[in-house]
Design a protein around this ligand. Structure first.
Ligand code: NAD
Ligand code: IPM
Ligand code: MN
Length: 353
């Protein structure tokens, strides 16, 4: 019996999470695993209702999550809450406190899906980004001086620890080594400028790499990475990178795989509870309109089942998504352009499962 914490969150989060849950239910009925969900209403509405000064995610909930088998999250971010409050207070707090040190982001173009890259197809666009998820520019170290004056100073430091870099790089090597069709691991960095921080990444990548003689190693500066992702996406099998670069290149990755409506992620702690979510945000302008694409959330649900060991159920979900997309019935992956609503896309995929 799996226990799954569900955090629908803000904006389109609840709508897409509903469809993810619908597909988990269909897969469970088909393959016969048991699970229960516990719903948590953390997000902007609750924060505002509590006077906009409480803790958007109390520590008591965090300790409950530690006893769960997985967490399924929609998105956070609310137009009436200052930027950063919910992102830091909920999402980053979850990633940091639960030490979800890997952010796994597959970039996969399904057959039948439009990519803006001319002459590239599903055989070219199929790689995985391993994003470090607890350090780097996200560590929140820094401060301001003389704020609001002409002499204002703002500093936000990038934190890279040998331990944090090494466990991320090692995860990426293991992933590549254990894959049947991915042979190459590319380190995406900016070692030509970040001569302290990314020198640590390079040395760690090379040293750990000695333990993986059969993994082909490659290097790409982050600016060039964005170029290669558009020009020759087929060059990539697995990319390992720091927190901030991983954030940026995976929005680009989402676009080459069909858009924000399809890109999913897993925030992994290999030793403890992990969290799964679409990579998109709360897209508040589409809230409660039945226009958002739930496929990213459904893909994230599939990744969650795969992580839990329900390989058959995960495969069923993946196959159903592929069949739905190949059918041509979903006209476009953009919000309001699918030719059907959020719930109808969920019904369609669940029906195929
Ligand atoms: P966003 O991803 O919410 O939306 C950007 C655009 O992407 C939307 O306008 C829409 O055109 C498209 N889009 C997003 N999700 C879609 C879906 N399911 N189907 C179809 N199209 C979709 O990014 P934003 O506008 O930069 O951020 C909005 C809020 O979300 C902010 O508060 C931000 O901080 C937050 N955010 C949260 C997460 C998260 O919870 N993981 C991630 C990114 C942004
Ligand atoms: C993502 C998001 C988050 C990030 C924000 C909302 C904190 O953009 O999951 O990619 O920057 O990691
Ligand atoms: Mn992002």
């Amino acid at each position: 019996m799996y226990k799954i914490a569900v955090l629908p969150g803000d904006g389109i989060g609840p709508e897409v999470v509903n469809e993810g849950l619908k597909c988990i239910k269909a897969a469970a009925e088909k393959t016969g695993f048991d699970y229960e969900t516990v719903n948590y209403d953390f997000g902007g509405d609750r924060y505002i209702a509590e006077g906009s000064k409480g803790d958007p995610l109390p520590d008591s909930a965090l300790s409950e999550f530690k006893d769960m088998d997985a967490i399924f999250l929609g998105a956070v971010g609310h137009p009436d809450v200052a930027p950063g409050v919910l992102e830091h207070g909920i999402l980053l707090k979850l990633r940091f406190t639960l030490d979800l040190y890997i952010n796994l982001r597959p970039i996969k173009l399904y057959p039948g899906v439009y990519t803006p890259i001319r002459d590239k197809g599903p055989e070219d666009i199929d790689f995985i980004v391993v994003r470090e998820n607890t350090e780097g520019l996200y560590a929140g170290v820094g401060g301001t001086l003389k704020k609001g004056t002409p002499d204002e100073v703002a500093m936000q430091e990038m934190v890279n620890t040998r331990k944090g870099v090494e466990r991320c790089v090692r995860y990426a090597y293991e992933l590549t080594k254990n894959s049947t069709d991915r042979k190459k691991l590319t380190l995406c960095d900016k070692a030509n400028v970040l001569t302290f921080a990314h020198d640590l990444w390079r040395r760690t990548f090379n040293e750990v790499g000695e333990e993986y003689p059969n993994v082909e190693k490659d290097y790409a500066f982050v600016d060039a990475t964005t170029m290669w992702m558009v020009k020759n996406p087929e060059w990539f099998d697995v990319i390992v990178t720091c927190n901030m670069f991983g954030d940026i290149i995976t929005d680009l990755g989402a676009m080459i795989q069909g858009g924000m409506g399809i890109a999913a992620s897993g925030n992994i702690n290999p030793e403890s509870v992990s969290m799964f979510e679409p990579i998109h945000g709360s897209a508040p302008k589409y809230r409660d309109m039945n226009k958002a694409n739930p496929l990213a959330a459904i893909c994230a649900a599939g990744m969650m089942l795969d992580h839990l060991g329900e390989k058959e159920a995960a495969k069923l979900i993946d196959n159903a998504i592929a069949t739905a997309l190949a059918s041509g019935k979903i006209k476009d992956l953009g919000a309001g352009r699918m030719g059907m609503g959020t719930a109808e896309v969920g019904d369609f995929v669940a029906g195929l499962i």
